[in-house]
Design a protein around this ligand. Structure first.
Ligand code: COA
Length: 357
């Protein structure tokens, strides 16, 4: 395998390239990626970021998996976990986060490989892609595999594909598969994109289906928050022009996403989430000897608390903790300081009890 620093950001539409994190490094595996669909992806570049140094044994690694529209810049989107003395401490660990296959923040995806003809991908393909990077980086063993939301799906899949590589696992606000309600919400989001007349079977070029993608994000964003927060914040208030403030807020979130995300990526990743399940791998996960922490958020109705309890039960050394957040699912980002001590305890860096809920 060889590093390829020739892949240029210039191949990407300007609206998206501006959002690729500045610290991104790139690696292009020399062998094609064999997808679960049977297709092969050549020159499947992986964009990633790393912090700290890999030790001689190649085992001081924390691998972080990002959520649906996230980036490799974990320092930016999980700041409460990051830094000296915290769980993600670059002075002690080699911390790696890769942009997912199928995404649009530097890794191979519809923007780099064929737009609407980019193949259907699975969480299993995303992890197979990351494993090529881990091999290239010389990683022999991962001290902690960590992921929230869609990142949790990837972290679980790592255990299915390479249980011998992972020593401990932490899952935040996810499940063993998308619950029925989440499947329905993902599907409705995808339909908004597909039914936008500008979608053009994914070959929209420089005129992307912005309205459909914005509506999709508004549905998604609603599922990331919760009734109590929205009620306290907006109630039935209206702007001077009569638009309800809660709708104005959602429209703003939709407008923000279309400036930073590709519609084809949104479709591929939503489908990968719908199709993901580790239910059939229960026996294998039950053989995992390491400690597993499952963090749930009390106001999360997308991946509710009972899903976290079920997930922890997959593992002989699994335990679940419940944190409070006013924000619903987004609590996994906005209230990360509430589970940071539990992550340190999992890593053996703290004597603090795991019961931080
Ligand atoms: N009308 C219009 N805009 C409004 C508004 C209103 N009534 N009320 C607030 N806003 C705007 C603010 O001006 C602000 O705009 P800006 O971001 O352009 O500065 C924005 O809404 C604030 O959004 P809010 O959701 O309140 O921020 P937050 O700090 O609570 O949450 C994020 C930050 C990043 C977590 C959240 O915005 C987000 O993107 N969540 C989704 C993350 C995600 O993808 N999660 C799940 C992945 S599976």
């Amino acid at each position: 395998m060889s590093a390829d620093h020739q892949t240029s950001h210039a191949a990407l539409p300007s609206g998206v390239q501006n959002h690729i994190p500045a610290g991104v490094q790139r690696f292009t595996p020399s062998s094609p990626l064999h997808l679960r669909s049977g297709e092969q992806l050549r020159e499947a570049v992986i964009a990633y970021q790393s912090w700290g140094s890999l030790n001689a044994a190649g085992d001081n690694v924390i691998w972080v998996c990002h959520a649906l529209t996230g980036t490799s810049d974990v320092e930016n989107w999980w700041p409460a976990l990051f830094g000296p003395g915290r769980a993600l401490d670059p002075d002690q660990y080699f911390i790696v986060c890769a942009n997912v296959l199928g995404g649009c923040y530097g890794s191979a995806g519809p923007l780099t490989h064929g737009a609407g003809s980019f193949p259907t991908i699975s969480i299993s393909d995303i992890v197979a892609h990351q494993r090529q990077l881990a091999e290239y980086l010389g990683i022999r063993s991962i001290a902690l595999m960590l992921g929230g939301s869609m990142g949790g799906f990837q972290a679980l899949e790592w255990l299915v594909q390479a249980p011998h590589k992972v020593r401990k696992l932490a899952l935040v606000a996810c499940a063993d598969s998308q619950p029925a309600q989440a499947i329905a919400l993902s599907h409705l989001q995808m339909q908004q994109v597909i039914r936008d007349p500008l979608y053009q079977a994914g070959f929209y070029g420089d005129a992307p289906p912005l309205e459909g993608l914005s509506l999709a994000r508004q549905i998604g964003h609603l599922s990331y928050r919760c009734d109590t927060e929205l009620g306290a914040r907006f109630a039935r208030e209206q702007r001077d022009d009569g638009v309800y403030q809660v709708l104005s807020y959602l429209q703003h979130q939709g407008s923000k996403l279309v400036r930073r995300f590709d519609a084809n990526s949104y479709l591929r990743l939503n489908q990968a989430m719908i199709d993901f399940s580790v239910v059939e791998h229960r026996a294998q996960l039950n053989a995992f000897p390491g400690d597993v922490l499952v963090v749930g958020i009390d106001s999360d109705w997308l991946y509710p608390w009972h899903e976290q309890v079920k997930l922890a039960d997959y593992f002989p050394h699994g335990r679940s903790i419940r944190i409070h957040s006013d924000f619903g699912h987004d609590g996994f980002l906005l209230d990360a300081e509430r589970f940071e001590p539990a992550l340190r305890a999992l890593l053996g860096q703290s004597t603090e009890l795991l019961a931080c809920a």
